[in-house]
Structures are given as structure tokens and as C-alpha cells.
Design a protein around this ligand. Structure first.
Ligand SMILES: Cc1cc2nc3c(=O)[nH]c(=O)nc-3n(C[C@H](O)[C@H](O)[C@H](O)COP(=O)(O)OP(=O)(O)OC[C@H]3O[C@@H](n4cnc5c(N)ncnc54)[C@H](O)[C@@H]3O)c2cc1C
Length: 458
């Protein structure tokens, strides 16, 4: 492993807008005050004093957005040398599936087909791991953070933590615990978190041995805490009154991609609303997106032993019970899934890379074509090193406008929300967000009408 890397500090990464808030740097820092905290925009960032500025080559090699870190293609080649299949968009894999869990309880409780909780539970049940690091609701909701990483040590605990949390979380505590506690662990995370874990495993032999499996979640982008706060504003709910949040309450009778947020309040009431009636209802508009996501080129967790997403193509998108798409890269997990299928506990059909790519078409466009365009923009701080080269020339004007507007919505939603929050005038933000969302909608979905208005080709 190269040891001549230019050193980097956590502050360098934050100032360059490249910090996703994974907490790997805080877990490695020697300073007693090293921690992660919510910033003024509701994003997790390294906090403390002296350690933030101290530069280290090891941080430069292990931060997932560091230009000096090994990229996803190189990591995957070293991790899965025998994976026979693959493509430039989804990386290496052994097998790909679409389907869901048939064993009782998992699909109903999961955000999609329940495959993540099933796989994590099965690893525990079969003794392949002693603990699973994943994200669950914090016991005391209404405090500083609604959700966080925890270590579950039984299948029941894993099952109780099912569901997707579009909320900032960080791994510093679980990394410290894993390092301090002998055993074998599985880690669930979005692509950049799994990359951070794989980079740490290259650096640290203890983590290499103990983190035995990584379970990736496909990812569109990371949201700040403000998404749930804004939903609560628009539904007339005070954050202190919230006992539980479900970003994707399931209704088997409605399409899976009609997301419904559901709040359970401390007084026992439940309130829910469809995302498309809320200002930020269109995921693609990029409200409250972490700035680092503008420089990500991995949608499908290419460095994870197994990765899971939603099958966003018909007929699956219309099936409100939820359907996963799965990429398996580890031979051990490939056998575990094959056993599950044979035993009738999983209903999975083999698919190819084209199918997987179609399920994530929008996310892949944003991380390839969109990333190439964003890399041509002027920016301050460190230049990210990506597997995509800067390119703008061949991009039609409408696509350029969509990427510009999406980036503007991401940047301005955080600032305007902060202003409205400080002033205590919620409508300042909400009215702006509704207008911005409406403009995005026309631009993204009314191609013919726009072209006619301006007399241009789309
Ligand atoms: C921020 C984010 C963006 C996503 N974007 C996409 C996308 O663009 N396309 C797509 O197809 N899928 C995306 N997903 C994945 C999708 O939402 C489902 O998580 C996935 O399909 C698995 O569903 P399941 O029913 O199998 O999981 P479940 O059985 O519901 O289990 C989910 C597991 O993930 C863990 N978890 C939940 N939230 C987090 C988190 N933030 N970080 C780490 N672990 C977590 C839970 O603790 C649980 O163990 C995203 C997920 C997240 C968190």
C-alpha cells in the first residue's frame, strides 16, 4: 500500500464541500474531542477543535471523497477478483436478481422487498456474524438525532430496524465499538459509507478481519435532517411531538413509488401524507441533498459484498408490496441466497446488468452524464478525482438546465430553510420550495412543451 500520499485534514474535506459525514475520520482521530455533530444545515460533519486541522496521510487514503483514495473500480477488483459478470455502470457481480422475501414478516416490514433485513438476519442466525451495524430509530426520538447506527446482535433486533432512513447518520461509534470488541460483523450502508469501510479495512488489519460482510444500499443521494423537519412543518406537526417517522409507509394497494410519510405522535395520533403533496415530493429535484453527492459516481454500492435497491421498473414499481433488485458479489452470500431460493424463503428471479441499470436509470444519469457536466463547473477547494471525465459539449441544453436547477435547489433549499427557521417564518421556505419544485417539474417532464415555447430542440 502506498504510504507517500499527500496528507489531508477533515477540515480540507469539509471546506471543499466533499464531506458526506460518514464519521470514518472521527473514528480514526486521536484527539479526545473528535466527534461528529449536526451543522447549521442539519448535516453531520466532523466537530471538535484541534483534530479537525491535523493532516494525515491515512485520512487521505480512507476518506471516501478524498482524491487520494483508491476508487471503487480498483477496490472492487481487489475485493471480488472472481466475480465473472459486470458493467461500467453497476461494477462487478456474481449474480443479479429481482424479487422479494417470502419468509413471513420481512417484506411487510421492509421499505422494499425486505431483502436487506433478511440477509442481515440470516448472517446472524447462521452464526456467520456476531453483530450487524445498521440504522435504527433512536430510542429518544425528538432529541438531536432521530436515527443512528447501532449494532444489532440478534435477528429480532435486525428486523426491528427495517426500513430506509433518508436522514444523516454516521459510523464513528460503531467503528470504535467494532475495533474494541472481538467478533465478526456485517455493516449496512449507502455506497460511500461502504467505500469508507472498505478503505478502512485496507488500512487497519483489525477492521479487515472483523468486518466480514458489507451490505450496500443503492443510493440516489443523502438528505439532511431538514427533509423530515419540512415535512413536519407542512403537516402542522412540532418536531418535539414526534415519536416515530416512517419515510415510506407501505400500502399494498398503491404503487410502490408513491411514497407516503407517516408520523406517529407522542399523544398516540398518526398523521400521514403522500410525498407528491409535499414541496420536496420529487426526489429527483434534489432538495436538501448533501453537497458531496454532487461528486459521487457509485449508485449501486460497487464495493459491497451484496447490494440492494428498489426495482423501479414495471410491473414492480406498481406493486405496493415492494420489490428488490439485488447484486451479489461475494460467493458466500451467493450461496446463502441460492439456499434461500431453494428452501422457498426467497422469491428471486435472475436478471442481467441491463435490467439493473434500467431500475436506476435516473440515478445513473445524474452520476455519469450529470457528474461529467458538474465537473466542468468552477469550484473552490480540492478537485475530486472521479471515474468520469469532465464533459459538457455533447449535452443538450435541457439536460444542462436540469443539472443546473437540481444543483441550485440542493444549495438553496438548505440556506432558505435555515433562514426561515431562524426567522420562524416557515412559509418563506415552503413557498419558495413549491415554486422551485414546479419549475423543476416543467423542465424535467414537459420536454415537448418547452421546446415549442423556445423554438429549440430538446
Ligand atoms: C439515503 C438512501 C437513498 C437511497 N436511494 C435509493 C435509490 O436511489 N434507488 C434505489 O433503488 N434504492 C435506494 N435506496 C435503498 C432503498 O431505499 C431500500 O433501502 C432498499 O431497496 C432495501 O430495501 P429492503 O426492503 O430490502 O430493506 P429493509 O428490510 O427495509 O432494511 C433496510 C436496512 O437498511 C438499514 N438502513 C436504513 N437506512 C439506512 C441508512 N441511511 N444508512 C445505512 N443503513 C440504513 C436499516 O437499518 C435496515 O437494516 C436508498 C436508501 C437510502 C438510505
Amino acid at each position: 500500500m502506498a504510504k507517500d500520499t499527500n496528507p489531508l485534514s477533515a477540515q480540507d474535506v469539509v471546506r471543499s464541500g466533499l464531506c458526506i459525514g460518514c464519521g470514518s475520520c472521527a473514528a480514526q482521530a486521536r484527539g479526545a474531542d473528535a466527534r461528529m455533530a449536526l451543522d447549521r444545515y442539519g448535516e453531520l460533519k466532523p466537530a471538535g477543535a484541534a483534530w479537525l486541522r491535523s493532516r494525515s496521510a491515512s485520512l487521505a487514503r480512507t476518506c471516501p471523497f478524498s482524491p487520494a483514495a483508491v476508487d471503487e473500480t480498483q477496490l472492487a477488483a481487489a475485493l471480488f477478483p472472481d466475480a465473472a459478470r459486470g458493467s461500467a455502470l453497476v461494477g462487478r457481480f456474481e449474480a443479479a436478481y429481482v424479487g422479494h422475501v417470502t419468509e413471513a414478516g420481512f417484506r411487510e416490514a421492509g421499505s422494499s422487498g425486505g431483502m436487506v433485513s433478511w440477509t442481515a438476519s440470516e448472517l446472524l442466525r447462521t452464526g456467520r456474524v456476531d453483530g450487524v451495524a445498521h440504522v435504527a430509530a433512536n430510542e429518544e426520538a425528538g432529541g438531536d438525532r432521530l436515527f443512528g447506527y447501532r449494532l444489532s446482535r440478534s435477528p429480532e433486533e435486525v428486523r426491528a430496524g427495517a426500513k430506509s432512513r433518508y436522514y444523516p447518520v454516521e459510523m464513528s461509534e460503531v467503528i470504535r465499538t467494532i475495533r474494541a470488541t472481538p467478533g465478526r460483523y456485517a455493516v449496512v450502508g449507502v455506497p460511500c459509507f461502504i467505500k469508507a469501510m472498505q478503505l478502512l479495512r485496507r488500512e487497519d488489519p483489525v477492521m479487515r478481519e472483523r468486518v466480514a460482510f458489507s451490505l450496500g444500499l443503492f443510493c440516489g443521494h443523502m438528505k439532511s435532517t431538514r427533509l423530515v423537519e419540512s415535512f413536519a412543518w407542512q403537516m402542522g406537526i412540532a418536531m418535539d411531538d414526534i415519536a416515530r417517522v416512517d419515510y415510506r409507509s407501505k400500502n399494498p394497494g398503491r404503487p410502490a413509488n408513491w411514497y407516503t410519510v407517516r408520523f406517529e405522535l407522542r399523544d398516540g395520533r398518526t398523521l400521514q401524507k403522500d410525498w407528491f403533496h409535499l414541496a420536496e415530493g420529487d426526489w429527483g429535484a434534489g432538495f436538501f441533498q448533501n453537497a458531496a453527492c454532487n461528486f459521487c459516481d457509485d449508485v449501486v454500492a460497487e464495493t459491497a459484498d451484496i447490494a440492494f435497491g428498489d426495482a423501479w421498473v414495471e410491473p414492480y414499481s406498481s406493486d405496493g408490496r415492494g420489490t428488490n433488485v439485488v447484486l451479489v458479489r461475494s460467493p458466500v452470500l451467493a450461496r446463502m441466497l441460492a439456499d434461500g431460493i431453494r428452501e422457498g424463503r426467497l422469491q428471486l428471479e435472475a436478471v442481467d446488468e441491463d435490467f439493473v441499470e434500467r431500475t436506476q436509470a435516473a440515478g445513473l444519469r445524474q452520476r455519469r452524464e450529470g457528474l461529467a457536466y458538474r465537473l466542468t463547473w468552477h469550484r473552490r477547494g480540492m478537485r475530486p478525482r472521479k471515474r468520469v471525465l469532465p464533459a459538457a459539449a455533447a449535452l443538450p441544453w435541457r439536460r444542462k438546465l436540469i443539472y443546473r436547477l437540481r444543483a441550485a435547489i440542493s444549495a438553496w433549499s438548505r440556506r432558505l430553510f435555515r433562514l426561515a427557521r431562524i426567522a420562524g417564518v416557515e412559509r418563506w421556505y415552503v413557498q419558495w420550495a413549491r415554486r422551485a419544485g414546479a419549475i423543476y417539474h416543467v423542465l424535467a417532464y414537459s420536454q415537448g412543451r418547452l421546446a415549442r415555447w423556445f423554438g429549440l430542440g430538446a
